[in-house]
Structure formats: structure tokens, C-alpha cells
Design a protein around this ligand. Structure first.
Ligand SMILES: *Cc1c(COP(=O)(O)O)cnc(C)c1O
Length: 392
């Protein structure tokens, strides 16, 4: 008997529930068609929205950065890890985002873990959308502020919380995803900003799925709504559309000064490696020079969504290239995903606890790297397998 027996029992429960997974292995780069478990499949599951993860210019920039700066930074940013290439990246990103300053972190998750606890305190209140990303929830848990939740994108409910609680606290921080990652819908940012002004609150938007996707050349949800300078903390990821890894906070300069002193991932975890930083700079420059990548992404997404809708699938209420196919039952969702894979299309099933119980879905992630042939093939397979499984 081992004292890890409790895990055996928990794993057994996952297997009984049909949600136990063995991680698939990708034997090559993340592109439109991948070699997954040694089978060539159309990849409808990456966050590589613009196909930049395997772009020749981006890869070359990573190699160049390694030649000059080495493989690792050797330290946290606050000691000797702050290489000039990282400072350059922050300047370029601030220009791209049209905000005063940018602070780069090791990942989007790190931004939420680090920034939230740095900017609020005991005596403050955080008000969070109920469908906010797991890393926001974790970041909120780490802070010493009180917490309240408003119903998803429900502005009346947000105002109810504000009326009830605003005057009991020093600072109140309203946090929302810019794009909700499981449904692809947008936050009502104009209204959130309006309420924040009316009730004298701070605003925090995690735009992981909006960065590189929405707004002019992928400048994000804040740009999409024309709200530059009016959101206090804009979080972006460099791991999704930008195609590399990392995250950032775009803000006023004063926020950056404070984060450099108090955000724990910057103080206690090593800075991003030069290869990543070099690659990110190349990616952002590609975006700044042309709308080619974002145009192709949206064209592909609209084409694919239309195809699935015409087949009779329920694709939810997405406003972005994220295309959920709603199934419901967890085991059914995983079975459908498995059958699609056997037929040459990889779409991961998303089930509880990532989404609510009974809200299982396949989440199709469309990319600028997909060809029309890839999308036609995927639609055909959805039709065949969907009929076999009685879903359409
Ligand atoms: C993906 C995601 C993150 C995490 O970003 P990483 O750079 O992969 O750590 C954070 N917030 C939201 C809303 C996300 O969708």
C-alpha cells in the first residue's frame, strides 16, 4: 500500500467518466497539417492563429538571437537577466499596442499570477467575470483583496455589485477576458469602461485570444473598440497568435515602474530566453508591416464556420476565429474527437472542468496557415463523422 493510493482512485474515476487522456505527441512543428502520433492530420487545435510559430523569418530571428545572446539569460530581470533585446521588445510592443509602456513576462499566465497581486491590496476589491480564464482565477486567489464575481458579460449584474460594494473599498479592479477562450465571444469593453469611470474603478483586460487576432493588424480588443488609453491593465500573450511564448502588460509608465518592483515572476523567475525574444520581435514586425496574416485568418474562420453551420452543427455565439462545436455530454464529446482524429482531423474535446458540466464541445481553432483544401477536408470529415454519431 502506498500513500499515493488516493490518486489511483481519482484516476480510475477519470477513466470511468470517459475523460482520461493520454497526451498526443506531435512529431514536428506546429503547422496546418501535423504528424500527430505518427499520423498526418489537419490541425484544428492550436493557438497559432497566424501561422507564425513556424515562419521562416521568425525562426531565423531566434537563431540570430542565440548567436549573439546565448541560450539563456542566466538570471531574473532584476539582476542580470534584462538583456537589451528584451528592452527593445518592450519598446516595439508599446508602439504596436499604442499604449505608453509594456512590461514583458515569461507567459500570459505569469502576467496574471504576477500583476494582479502586485496592483491590489487588502482593503481593495476585485470584480471578475464568472467565465474568466483559469490563470486570472489563480491570480485573483493569490491577491489579498476581497473578491466578487459578476454573471458572464452581464453589465446589469456588474453594476449591481458596484452599487452594493464600491464605497466599502479603497480601489476596485474590474477584470475580464477580452475574448472568452471557450466560446469566442467578446467582453462588452465599452460598457465596462463606462461603468469603471462612473464608479471610479480600475480596469484589467486579459486579451490573450484578442492579441494578434482583433483590431488593426491584431492590436487587440482594446484597439477593436477604440479604447486606447482607457484600460488600465491590458494583458497580452506572445504564446498564441504571436507564435512564440511570453506575455505582457500594456499600461501607463507608472504601472511598469511598479511591476518591475513588485511582480513576483519578474523578481523570482528567470527572464525569457533570447531565442524567444528575438522570434517575438520578428513576429510583431511582420504584423506591423501588413494585415496579410490577420486578413487570411478571418477569411479562413468565416469560411469554416459557414461550412459547419450549413451541415447543421451548433457553433455557439463566437465573434472570433474560435469555433466551438457544442456537443454537451462529456463522454460523447471525447468520442467524437477521437473519431475525427481517426479520420484525419485533430480537434481536442473540451470538457469539465475547463467548461461547465454538460457543456462539452469541440473547439476548432482556425489559423491563417490553413489552406482551403485543409478546411474543405475538415468540413467533409465533420459531415461524415457527425452523421455516424447522430449529431447532425
Ligand atoms: C492562454 C491564455 C493565457 C495564458 O497565456 P500563456 O502565454 O500561454 O501562459 C492567459 N489568459 C488567457 C485568457 C488565455 O487564453
Amino acid at each position: 500500500m502506498s500513500n499515493l493510493n488516493y490518486l489511483d482512485k481519482q484516476i480510475e474515476e477519470l477513466k470511468e467518466g470517459g475523460v482520461y487522456r493520454i497526451l498526443p505527441i506531435n512529431y514536428g512543428a506546429c503547422t496546418n497539417v501535423i504528424d500527430l502520433n505518427h499520423k498526418r492530420v489537419v490541425n484544428l487545435s492550436s493557438n497559432n492563429y497566424l501561422g507564425l510559430a513556424n515562419h521562416p523569418d521568425v525562426k531565423e530571428a531566434a537563431i540570430e538571437a542565440i548567436r549573439k545572446y546565448g541560450a539563456g539569460t542566466g538570471s531574473v530581470r532584476t539582476i542580470v537577466g534584462n538583456q537589451d533585446i528584451l528592452e527593445d521588445l518592450e519598446v516595439i510592443l508599446a508602439e504596436f499596442k499604442r499604449e505608453e509602456a509594456v512590461t514583458v513576462f515569461q507567459s500570459g499566465l505569469n502576467c496574471n499570477i504576477g500583476a494582479i497581486q502586485a496592483i491590489v491590496n487588502k482593503g481593495d476589491l476585485i470584480i471578475s467575470d464568472e467565465l474568466n480564464h483559469a490563470s486570472i482565477i489563480d491570480g485573483v486567489r493569490l491577491s489579498r483583496a476581497d473578491k466578487a464575481v459578476f454573471k458572464h458579460s452581464d453589465m446589469e449584474d456588474l453594476e449591481r455589485v458596484l452599487k452594493e460594494k464600491r464605497n466599502q473599498y479603497v480601489n476596485v479592479l474590474i477584470i475580464t477576458d477580452g475574448v472568452f477562450s471557450m466560446d469566442g465571444d467578446l467582453a462588452n469593453l465599452p460598457e465596462i469602461v463606462k461603468l469603471a469611470k462612473k464608479y471610479d474603478c480600475l480596469t484589467y483586460v486579459d486579451d490573450a485570444h484578442g492579441s494578434g487576432v482583433l483590431g488593426e493588424s491584431g492590436r487587440g480588443t482594446v484597439d477593436h473598440f477604440g479604447l486606447h488609453g482607457q484600460v488600465d491593465f491590458i494583458i497580452g500573450t506572445l504564446s498564441k497568435a504571436i507564435g512564440v511564448v511570453g506575455g505582457y502588460v500594456a499600461s501607463k509608465k507608472i504601472v511598469k515602474e511598479w511591476l518591475l518592483h513588485r511582480a513576483r515572476p519578474l523578481l523570482f523567475s528567470t527572464a525569457l530566453p533570447p531565442a524567444a525574444v528575438g522570434a517575438i520581435i520578428a513576429s510583431v514586425k511582420l504584423l506591423m508591416s501588413s494585415t496579410e496574416y490577420t486578413d487570411k485568418l478571418w477569411e479562413n474562420a468565416e469560411y469554416f464556420k459557414k461550412g459547419l453551420k450549413e451541415l447543421g452543427f451548433n457553433t455557439g455565439h463566437s465573434q472570433t476565429p474560435i469555433t466551438p462545436v457544442m456537443i454537451g455530454d462529456e463522454a460523447k464529446t471525447m468520442k467524437f474527437s477521437k473519431a475525427l482524429l481517426e479520420n484525419g482531423v485533430f480537434v481536442s474535446g473540451i470538457v469539465f472542468p475547463t467548461v461547465a458540466k454538460g457543456a462539452g464541445r469541440l473547439r476548432c481553432m482556425i489559423s491563417a496557415s490553413h489552406t482551403k483544401e485543409d478546411l474543405d477536408f475538415a468540413i467533409e470529415v465533420f459531415a461524415k463523422v457527425g452523421k455516424e454519431h447522430g449529431l447532425i
